[in-house]
Design a protein around this ligand. Structure first.
Ligand code: ACM
Length: 636
């Protein structure tokens, strides 16, 4: 009996080892170097973590202990005793200059795991890589039985390409609670992002308590809850309750900042001025150039700006702070005093984007300002405003960063530029020897649709995963010394809840993580796709949502000689089979397989398409109306 039991145990062990040995180490973002060795390390009931340092490194050890024990059910104590531990976190006495502040060495052997770094941040990133070597079940919040908790033996050397690896979270258009922000932080830390840009104010809500300006949150944080498609909502009726929204108190902010710091994430606060300021103006109408023109309200998603194809957008209500009004600068002084006290990060973001200036054009006060300050046009008025804001921010001991519109009319002397309208603003700023963070909408706007418009919740543009993966923060010919890094932006006009928030973030944020961490020459789309799929398995265990759009076909439509749509289909992911129908039924693998462009039959009303891999459906059922295909082909 005993013999049989032993045989059974060794069979279990062998099969576990076989699985683990077959599995390749898979990490996002791709490390600088990774050598796969024979064998596996296995977590067990007596696994313990040794750390000598009592400060931040100890916190990293506790973090790792928490991550390991939740799923394994093992206690995983943290100890100072090297002899009783098999995971070691080591702060290197002799600093390794190649690793810098955030780099690490990770050594996994059959006997032990060693993570060494110059700083605790490096240990934390080593921990993240180690976690990704373990089975997907490690992501479970509850104990999972019958898993062999192995990690392949590897030697990893790793450090980031950029010091600024950001994600912007718009908590203004829709408010997300303190707990939801913390979850966002947890998720970004897993992929070695180190900068959370909080977009705290906009036309739809002011989200940070300013004690000296209480109406900003008693009035400015609230609008009317609407359901449907943002920007097309009905105008709120006077009797509809303005009870949708919220804000963070000073205590909330301090708690979030500390929470983020524990995961080595800085928070960049943004107060978006002089445009996007309707929530502030609804609270203090005297701050606009047209006070008393109407009763201002925080926007609830009804149309209030017009964006003609010419690009000369204008406001239907004045949502701008008035650069000609001294009260505005006194107001901003109060705001930035409190913001600077709450956020330890060295920069404050002042927005500066998309200022509708049609009300400035008509303002006598602006005309007087232009005469007095010899400002030739509204670009110079805007620049005058930005330069004064820079002085205020610098008087609080902080540096200023703004969206690339702050280049218009002349850049403030020390401003850093966040380039969003493509990379040209960043190039211009770098040429002027200013610091730049690249965040081009062409590659890094995670509010855009990630699949075909017929499947995705409607947004005005599309950004697929493969294009996101092409994000390259340093333009050709530009001195990289001025490029601090890159970030992706998640605007939330159309994001109403955290499930959809996750859907919009992942997997595109993986692509951005790799663009800002991994060596440029190590980026590889096919390898990335395989690694993304491994993350999907982990997300399934963690019950986190992600978009499967990378499996859906990309439609390209032209027209035939007979004026019928001709459809060309491609997939971002290699090795998929595409099946389609035109007879309104749902295609599966027994339907025609797409091999070459197909002409739509004259009377068809819909093309239905689905992708398979290895005989199993993997994409979503796409229902493409023929009317839409005709529109795309320019057929009347
Ligand atoms: C922006 O997307 N308006 C910065």
């Amino acid at each position: 009996m005993r013999y049989i039991f032993l045989v059974f145990c060794s069979m279990l062990l062998l099969s576990a080892r076989a699985t683990a040995q077959g599995g390749e180490p898979v990490i996002i973002p791709e490390p600088v170097s990774l050598i796969r060795n024979e064998g596996v390390f296995m977590l067990h009931e007596n696994t313990a973590i040794q750390v000598a340092d009592a400060g931040s490194a100890n916190k990293v050890a506790s973090y790792l202990s928490g991550m390991l024990s939740a799923a394994t059910g093992f206690p995983v104590p943290v100890t100072k005793e090297a002899a009783s531990a098999d995971i070691h976190l080591i702060m290197m006495k002799e600093k390794d200059p190649e690793l810098g502040k955030e780099g690490y060495l990770l050594s996994v052997t059959a006997q032990s795991v060693t993570i060494s770094a110059n700083e605790p941040a490096g240990l934390f990133y080593g921990v993240q890589s180690f976690l990704q070597l373990l089975p997907a079940e490690i992501e479970s919040k509850t104990t999972v039985k019958n898993v062999s908790w192995t990690a392949p033996c590897v030697e990893v050397k790793d450090y980031p390409r950029f010091g600024w690896r950001g994600l912007m979270f718009d908590v203004s258009r829709h408010f997300f609670t303190k707990e939801e922000v913390k979850k966002f932080i947890d998720d970004m830390a897993r992929y070695k992002f180190n900068l959370l840009h909080l977009h705290l104010t906009d036309d739809q809500g002011w989200r940070i308590e300013i004690k000296s300006l209480p109406k900003l949150t008693s009035v400015g944080a609230w609008n009317v809850k609407k359901t449907g498609t943002f920007n097309y909502f009905s105008k709120p009726e006077p009797d509809e309750p303005r009870d949708y929204g919220g804000f963070y108190t000073h205590d909330d902010i301090r708690e979030i900042v500390q929470y983020a710091q524990e995961q080595f994430i800085n928070i960049l606060p943004e107060v978006d001025v002089p445009g996007h300021s309707l929530a502030a103006i609804a609270s203090y109408p005297e701050l606009s150039c047209t006070p008393g023109a109407e009763k201002y309200h925080v926007n609830s998603g009804e149309k209030f700006m017009v964006w003609p194809p010419s690009g000369h957008f204008y406001g239907l209500v004045d949502n701008t702070l008035c650069p000609a009004n001294e009260k505005v600068y006194a107001f901003l002084d109060k705001v930035f005093t409190e913001v600077a006290q709450l956020f330890p990060f060295e920069y404050i973001h002042m927005g500066g984007d998309e200022t509708a200036r049609n009300f400035w054009e008509k303002s006598a006060a602006i005309k007087a300002l232009m005469q007095r300050e010899k400002l030739k046009n509204l670009d110079e008025v805007q620049s005058y405003f930005v330069k004064r804001v820079e002085k205020i921010i610098e008087s609080k001991g902080k540096k200023m960063i703004g969206w690339d519109e702050i280049l218009q009319g002349g850049l403030a002397p020390n401003a850093a530029v966040m380039s969003w309208r493509g990379i040209k603003g960043g190039i211009e700023a770098a040429k002027q020897k200013h610091e730049v963070v690249m965040s081009p909408s062409t590659h890094a706007y995670l509010d855009y649709m990630q699949g075909d418009a017929v499947t995705e919740p409607p947004v005005y543009a599309t950004l697929r995963l493969q294009k996101t993966y092409e994000f390259e923060p340093v333009p050709n010919g530009i001195d990289p010394a001025y490029i601090k890094g890159g970030q992706a932006n998640l605007w939330t006009e159309q994001v109403y809840n955290t499930r959809h928030l996750q859907y919009m973030l992942w997997p595109r944020a993986f692509a951005v993580a790799e663009s800002v961490w991994s060596p440029k020459e190590k980026k590889n789309w096919d390898s990335f796709v395989g690694r993304v799929e491994k993350q999907f398995e982990r997300f399934d265990v963690a019950e986190k949502k992600y978009s499967p759009a990378m499996y859906d076909p990309v439609f390209k439509v032209t027209k035939s000689a007979k004026n019928l749509p001709v459809v060309e289909l491609n997939t971002e992911v290699k090795g998929l089979n595409i099946y389609y129908s035109f007879d309104n039924s749902f295609p599966d693998k027994f339907y025609p397989e797409y091999k070459r462009p197909v002409t739509v039959p004259k009377d068809a009303v819909a093309m239905k398409v689905i992708t398979y891999r290895n005989g199993k459906p993997i994409g979503r059922m796409i229902v493409m109306p023929v009317a839409e295909l005709k529109k795309r082909a320019g057929i009347k």
